[in-house]
Design a protein around this ligand. Structure first.
Ligand SMILES: [Zn+2]
Length: 396
């Protein structure tokens, strides 16, 4: 990851929305370009850095209302789990979501994703999981489908009905999981509403054994597994995810050395979410040990109203360097190509490569790539391109 190549004095050719050529601006190379292409519009990057657009492989961008009162409660000393026990947390979001129309959810989520696109995001995964009943989970998945149909970036959809146990099923998790697998899985499969199926494997939520069985059933309905794992304690979610061929396991603050070795020997991508870890004041996940073991670590925002109310991938990249000691190049690879792999779009997005979608960021003038994460929180983006077009030309 730290060996990601950087070209100085580079050119980039975009044709029909895809990268068609790139390289050093030598006189021979430029002459060759004029033989191969009819050069149309030219954009001078003016000593800016050109990066592939961010890929955000873990978000909960469809939600109703915010939870800043819980934020204030935490400032006064309550923990995330204490707030959840008082009726806050995910169940609070579920109450609000059930009362909000599909149209209103769509409009609010669209505005959020537009903001993320302006901050450099060029591919996104979005989860359900605030409905927690049949009608409301399907409502969320249909909102995600509508976003997929209207946004200029790829949208991957994840069914996260097993995000928490709703009040109606308090004390009877297995009945709730049976509803999800028996009623919802067939409907989701027949309408093609989800690419992935996710579960919150955690004390007070769902166990590793429940996660394994549930995700194995999801595979039978055509959904690839993901797991919210080892966030607040060592839950066994990583091993459960690997055993069912999960495309990713996410959070991982409490991953053990054995977990890290198992991940490195598997095809499962570890996704780290520094926004949530920072916001909740959790311990840092063992990013350096994961990379040393050969893992393709990915980064994402976890944008959600409870534990990470930020969809800013630039900040996630800077935080990964500051908090996890990932080098800037490692963090950039984690937030682009590796995150693309964590949502299955690595063949078309996540890097500057011939034939891939021309989604890229041009920064203001910078002396090096390393300067980008270094100036954390600074507005360094000069222009974003999606499929070779500026955001202005897309009405964004
Ligand atoms: Zn999440």
């Amino acid at each position: 990851m730290d060996k990601a190549p950087v070209l100085d004095d580079a050119f980039l050719v975009v044709k029909h929305g895809k990268f068609a050529a790139f390289g050093r601006q030598t006189p021979e190379a430029l002459a060759g370009l004029h033989d191969r292409f009819t050069i149309g519009e030219v954009f001078d990057a003016q000593n800016g850095v050109v990066l592939p657009s961010w890929c955000d492989a873990h978000t909960h961008t469809v939600f109703a209302g915010s939870r800043e009162q819980e934020f204030v409660d935490r400032m006064k000393g309550l923990s995330y789990q204490q707030i959840a026990e008082r009726g806050g947390g995910i169940l609070n979001s579920a109450d609000r979501l059930r009362q909000t129309s599909e149209h209103d959810l769509y409009v609010a989520a669209l505005e959020r994703v537009h903001d993320m696109i302006r901050m450099g995001t060029g591919a996104i995964e979005i989860k359900s999981g605030y409905g927690l009943d049949e009608a409301s989970e399907l409502k969320m998945l249909r909102v995600i489908r509508r976003l997929r149909e209207t946004l200029p970036i790829p949208v991957r959809s994840t069914f996260l009905g097993a995000h928490a146990v709703p009040r109606e099923f308090k004390g009877d998790r297995s009945a709730y999981l049976a509803l999800l697998t028996g009623n919802l899985f067939p409907k989701i499969a027949s309408e093609g509403l989800a690419d992935f199926c996710d579960i919150f494997c955690e004390q007070g939520y769902f166990s590793a054994e429940e996660s394994r069985e549930y995700l194995a059933a999801a595979v039978r309905h055509g959904m690839r597994p993901k797991v919210h794992a080892e966030q607040l304690s060592r839950s066994g979610g990583i091993q459960a995810g690997i055993s069912v061929g999960a495309i990713s396991v996410d959070h991982l603050e409490y991953a053990s050395d054995e977990d890290i070795r198992s991940l490195a020997a598997s095809e499962t991508i570890p996704v780290l979410l520094p926004g949530a870890q920072l916001f909740l004041g959790l311990q840092a996940p063992p990013a350096r040990r994961m990379i040393a073991a050969g893992n393709a670590v990915a980064l994402s925002t976890d944008f959600n109203p409870g534990s990470s109310p930020s969809g800013n991938m630039n900040l996630a990249v800077s935080l990964a360097s500051i908090l996890y000691k990932m080098t800037p190049r490692e963090a950039i690879v984690a937030a682009t190509l590796n995150a693309a792999a964590a949502m299955g779009v690595q063949d078309t997005h996540g890097s500057i490569g011939i034939g891939k979608a021309a989604n890229f960021i041009v920064t203001k003038p910078l002396d090096s790539v390393e300067a980008y994460p270094y100036y954390f929180g600074q507005p360094l983006i000069r222009q974003c391109f999606l499929n070779g077009r500026t955001l202005e030309s897309l009405g964004l």
